[in-house]
Unconditional design. Structure first.
Lengths: 412, 71
């Protein structure tokens, strides 16, 4: 081995060298943004709140630091022996000349693999049509029985109970308890869904829910068996798994996805405050509607009354009466006229009679001579001298002795 | 349509609300005799009362199925 030349260039101080190495490390594109998988050991939380640990695998180890702020954001508790994937940047701790990983995020080991698995399964079930919009059923407006599949001890269940109590206490809740994480969870979830569907009568809607957690915690809700059970459920299913940002495959298969368990309880129920308002509207409509038949009938009655009056015999009676009156009047007038005529006719005859009355002639100085036999003498030949005749004047009569009889021919 | 007054108590909110709507519709179209309309009104009042009572008195009932009932 060739010796370095001792007289040659100036040496670097440890600090200079260390800084040079540090510059190399922090300038490296790969090392400044890297995921490292390994098992946690030498886990220490300092009084300052910073966390120190070592990641190791079979052949190597890596010192790691998690600053307090990052440590507070960890989604799950770290502990020795835990297989994780840590994200961060490589830096150099100059005092010890040790390079280490400054961790800003940790996920359970295999989560990256899980995510790929998630994407593959999603694509496969999607291709099968399990997530079709057309499969999604409307939720009942007024669910009487609400099935819940959730952990009996979870905060999510209490959240749902509280929401249902506040919004829609009319419902009956049927809880099918199930593990919501761990190896047993998928099978238990499937069984809980089946148990609810088998209830007599079955619930009108099922809430499938659990609170927030890591992707691994929520993994049961990505299980193919569970997803298929949700898609095949005879009862509409509302999912509320994890937080707003968590999306699991059951969310795609369910009839409605809610962002949280509370959201699921909200979306599945009407608000009794709205119901109260709707009920008041109905009650007002009932009052109005109840008067309707009466009002309509009264209007019809009024119309009929008008028609009846129009065709009433009273008018005809009045007409008839008037006609009778007029006829009577005409009859009376005719009668009067005829009486008048008769009267005047009688008078004419009277005067004609009067004119013929022989007494009237007598009053003018004429006299009537009656033969001795009593017959009226109308010719001198009917009397003879010496005969006693009677002479009638206007005011009386006397007898007279006929003297000479002269005929006008002889007399004149 | 007309069921006896006592059965109102057995109706769910949805059933009572739906029948109430039907009663109102029947009254509004007025294809009923006056006597029927009186009966409908009485029924409607009972249904509205049932709905209100359900809303006011309801308490969430919770039933838990036995866990781990495997198929």
């Amino acid at each position: 081995m060739q010796q370095p030349l001792l007289i040659q260039p100036q040496s670097l101080s440890v600090t200079d060298l260390t800084r040079h190495v540090r510059d190399l490390l922090v300038g490296d594109e790969i090392l400044k943004d890297v995921w490292v998988s390994g098992e946690i050991s030498n886990f220490t939380r300092a009084v300052s709140g910073h966390v120190y640990l070592t990641l190791k695998d079979a052949n190597a180890s890596l010192k790691c630091v998690i600053w307090k702020a990052s440590a507070a954001r960890m989604r799950f508790p770290l502990q020795n022996g835990l297989a994780v994937e840590a994200h961060g940047a490589i830096g150099l701790y100059e005092r010890d000349g040790a390079y280490q990983l400054y961790i800003d995020a940790v996920r359970p080991a295999g989560e990256g693999r899980l995510y790929l698995e998630f994407l593959r399964l999603k694509a496969r079930l999607e291709a099968e049509g399990l997530f079709e919009e057309s499969r999604k059923r409307p939720l009942p407006a007024y669910p009487q029985r609400i099935g819940i599949v959730s952990s009996p001890t979870g905060a999510a269940l209490q959240d749902m109970f509280n929401t249902l109590r506040r919004r829609y206490p009319l419902a009956e809740v049927i809880l099918a308890p199930s593990a919501v994480q761990g190896d047993a969870a998928p099978l238990e979830l499937v069984q809980a869904l089946a148990a609810l569907a088998a209830c007599m009568p079955p619930p009108d809607v099922i809430l499938l829910a659990r609170g927030g957690g890591s992707l691994e915690d929520l993994w049961a809700f990505n299980d193919e068996r569970v997803v298929r059970a949700v898609a095949a459920s005879p009862v509409p299913v509302v999912t509320g798994v994890g937080h707003e940002t968590d999306v699991t495959l059951v969310d795609f298969a369910s009839d409605l996805r809610a962002p949280t368990p509370t959201g699921a309880a909200t979306l599945a129920t009407p608000d009794s405050a709205d119901l109260r308002m709707g009920l008041e509207r109905l009650a007002r409509r009932l009052e109005t509607a109840a008067r309707q038949p009466l009002l309509l009938r009264r209007a019809a009655l009024d119309a009929q009354k008008t028609r009846l009056e129009r065709s009433s015999p009273r008018q005809r009676l009045a007409n008839e009466r008037q006609r009778v009156d007029m006829a009577a009047e005409r009859a009376r007038a005719a009668m009067a006229h005829r009486l008048e005529l008769a009267r005047s006719g009688l008078q004419g005859q009277d005067s004609r009679l009067e004119a013929l009355n022989p007494l009237n002639v007598l009053r003018r100085g004429f006299g009537l001579v009656f033969q001795p036999g009593g017959a009226l003498a109308t010719s001198v030949e009917q009397v003879a001298p010496g005969q006693t005749v009677r002479v009638r004047l206007a005011d009386g009569s006397f007898s007279a002795q006929v003297g000479a009889v002269e005929s006008p021919s002889t007399g004149n | 349509m007309m069921t006896s007054q006592s059965t109102v108590e057995a109706l769910s909110y949805e059933e009572a609300a739906r029948e109430l709507e039907a009663v109102i519709a029947a009254l509004e179209t007025a294809q009923v005799t006056l006597e029927e309309s009186l009966g409908l009104y009485e029924r409607g009042k009972a249904l509205a009362g049932r709905c209100a009572a359900l809303l006011e008195q309801a308490e969430l009932r919770v039933k838990t199925l036995p866990p781990g009932e495997s198929a």
